[in-house]
Write a protein that binds this ligand. Structure first.
Ligand code: NAD
Ligand code: FE2
Length: 387
């Protein structure tokens, strides 16, 4: 029985599986005449930009490349890309790479049809007009940005990672081809795979979870628990890569239609102030935050333990739930996720910034979706525990 109504927002087309990127030509037909392809210099070096560009050009369309999203996205990337989009009179966008180029493609789209600067759109549902079509082609199995209603852009003036969320920015087409992820080194596999894992866990335990998102979140949790170590240890294992990409896709749809919670809320300020990659700033917080949340959702945590392959039959509920937290901690250790100080962040500097980070985390709204009440004091304590 579903006692209230929920929304499920998805791209028009989701193409996934080994070789899926060959479909980009047929998928862009009818979207426009000239694409701005947003990417980064690694994608150029790996030859992915050239492959995708040629496939679009084979349809008789033109492609302008903006390959400069070499860090996590900042306001300047969006402005530079927008200039190029306008001066070449492009009419649709392609995001190719990790979450960073895809997020920039979405953000450029916001400004094309809504005007202003990207900082005007921070928060929920500030976007008024639909954006031009976005074709999103991820090369990491992590963010799920190819199917989500979010883009995350750093405001370098205020040192804030802005969460911009609107159903109007869900890409039109998502193409998830695991062959494009075979080149990820182990550290990137760990960071992005644990980002996807965090999406799945948070979507599942969120107060906004509902039956549709539960199915996808649960599937992603078990898939990632089963395959992430293999993808990390054997980078060219196509089966593990394929399962990880499918899991990231499931987790992306799940959290975009449910929500993230305290881990993402607390990790964005670390990323903004200390320039830690998104997946790592989540992973350093994941075990302590899950331990904290457990008491508010014992049944779901016991289920997470089961999904992760933990033997929980016959255990009291509380013990079974604890097994989930233990399994999550073990996974982070196996993938060599350090503590916050282990990342090379100065302990004193971090402690000094905790009050601002706690305020920014709460202001993002994400911690309010956790399965227990979260206060500023709780967040301060959790940052300290993750040191
Ligand atoms: N929009 C959303 O819903 C959403 C959700 C989560 C995170 N994010 C955002 O996404 C960004 C992080 O994205 P990400 O973790 O995918 O990383 P990324 O896009 O920042 O890329 C990290 C590095 O990995 C390299 N790389 C990417 N694919 C590769 C491949 N196949 N082989 C070798 N190298 C490769 C890139 O060139 C880059 O140097 C952050 O800004 C984060 O805030 C967005
Ligand atoms: Fe994330």
């Amino acid at each position: 029985m579903v006692w209230r109504s929920y929304g499920v927002r998805l791209p028009t087309s989701v193409i996934y599986g080994v070789g899926a990127s060959a479909a980009v030509g047929s998928e862009v037909r009818g979207l426009g005449k000239r694409a701005l392809l947003v990417s980064d210099s690694v994608m150029v070096k790996l030859g992915y930009v050239d492959i995708i560009k040629k496939r679009i050009e084979a349809e008789g369309l033109e492609v302008i490349v903006y390959p400069k999203v070499d860090t996590e996205p900042m306001v300047a990337h969006v402005e530079e890309g927008l200039e190029l989009y306008k001066s070449w009179e492009c009419d649709f966008l392609v995001g190719l790479g990790g979450g960073s180029p895809i997020d920039v493609a979405k953000a450029i789209g916001i400004l094309v049809t809504n005007g202003g600067t990207i900082t005007d759109y921070m928060g929920l549902n500030k976007v008024r007009n639909p954006i031009p079509p976005v074709v999103a082609i991820p090369t990491t199995s992590g963010t799920g940005s190819e199917v989500t209603k979010n883009t995350i852009i750093t405001d370098t003036v205020k040192d804030v990672k802005m969460l911009i969320s609107s159903v109007l920015i869900v890409p039109k087409v998502a193409i998830d081809d695991p062959e494009l992820t075979l080149t990820m080194p182990p550290s990137l596999t760990a960071a992005t795979g644990l980002d996807a894992f965090t999406h799945a866990l948070e979507a599942y335990i969120s107060k906004k979870a509902h039956p549709f998102t539960d199915v996808l979140a649960r599937s992603a949790i078990s898939r990632i628990a089963k395959y992430i170590r293999r993808a990390w240890a054997v980078p060219d294992d196509i089966e593990a890569r394929s399962e990880m990409m499918l899991a990231a896709l499931e987790a992306g749809i799940a959290f975009s239609n449910s929500s993230v919670t305290i881990v993402h809320g607390m990790s964005r300020p670390i990323g903004a102030l200390f320039h830690v990659p998104h997946g790592i700033s989540n992973a350093v917080l994941l075990p302590v935050c899950m331990e904290f949340c457990m008491i508010g959702s014992l049944e779901k945590f016991a289920d997470i333990a089961r999904l992760m392959g933990e033997p929980v039959e016959g255990l009291p509920l509380w013990k079974a739930a604890e097994r989930a937290v233990e399994a999550i901690r073990r996974l982070c250790e196996d993938l060599k996720i350090p503590s916050i100080t282990g990342l090379g962040i100065d302990r004193e500097k971090f402690i000094e910034k905790i009050p601002k980070m706690a305020e920014d985390a709460l202001a993002s709204g994400s911690p309010a979706n956790a399965p227990r009440v979260v206060t500023k004091e709780d967040i301060i304590e959790l940052y300290k525990r993750a040191l």
